[in-house]
Design a protein around this ligand. Structure first.
Ligand code: ADP
Ligand code: MG
Length: 233
């Protein structure tokens, strides 16, 4: 596989569990589009940050102690004004603390709200036998139920990444099935290639990394990673 131009020499990710923001910064450095977002330490600051971003926004709890934010009330979608953001942040602190009293909440991530026609997951891990591997799957939360994923040793060439995407059982969803628009498969292929290089560059430091989901738009309009997580050694 040919290394895409402009990738950093060494990915910047901390040891241990990375935050969503840290993973998105690494994805962005590798050329994968991510949400515009900012960090806010308090509910009031979150309201101000949202006004600067433009509405609607998504609010999330920032904590290394939370693996699945939405399971504990740590994600609020479609907030339409600064007051709603600040109120959601106050409520979120209480809800998350109710689920996970021991979790340390560093603050809030305020993000642009992305509209996508399909959710894709791209993951990577270090396999003791194969070394770094990359996987792609379709269907957001459905992925975990259907196990509709394709996996290959990293890095992958674009041709291989395209075959991975085309091998998915849900691939017809990307091609305008059931009156849906034709989605941006080249953007998915490009993201698989770039994340495979990120996995390659992390090498044995990588335990697992995931962009989940990336929201895919109609062809020509690309995709955006709206969540990311990673664990490194
Ligand atoms: P979790 O830690 O629970 O995986 P996510 O950050 O993935 O939390 O958010 C849960 C869901 O909310 C996502 O799967 C996606 O459907 C939606 N979502 C999250 N962030 C955004 C965003 N910025 N724009 C649009 N939808 C989003
Ligand atoms: Mg997620």
């Amino acid at each position: 596989a040919l290394r895409p131009a402009g990738l950093p020499a060494i990915p910047e990710l901390p040891d241990g569990v990375a935050t969503e923001g840290e993973v998105k910064a690494a994805l962005a450095a590798y050329g994968v589009p991510v949400t515009r977002e900012s960090f806010a330490a308090t509910p009031e600051a979150a309201g101000k940050a949202a006004a600067a971003l433009g509405f609607p926004v998504v609010l999330k709890a920032v904590s290394r102690d939370i693996a699945h934010k939405s399971d504990v009330g740590g994600v609020a979608l479609g907030l339409r004004d600064a007051g709603a953001v600040a109120a959601a942040a106050v409520a979120m602190q209480a809800t998350v603390a109710g689920h996970l009293p021991q979790a340390r909440i560093d603050g809030f991530s305020v993000q642009e709200m992305i509209k996508g026609a399909a959710e894709v997951i791209i993951g990577a891990r270090y396999d003791p036998l194969f070394g770094p591997v990359v996987l792609v799957g379709l269907g957001g939360t459905i992925v975990e139920i259907l196990k509709d994923v394709a996996i290959a040793p990293a890095p992958v060439a674009p041709e291989r990444a395209l075959r991975m995407v085309e091998s998915l059982r849900l691939a017809p969803l990307l091609q305008g099935a059931r009156g849906m628009p034709v989605l941006d498969v080249p953007a998915i292929v490009d993201a698989v290639v770039r994340i495979s290089w990120l996995a390659h560059d992390l090498g044995g430091r990588l335990i697992e990394l995931e962009a989940n989901p990336l929201l895919v738009r109609p062809v020509g309009l690309g995709l955006v990673a709206v969540d990311g997580r990673a664990t490194l050694v």
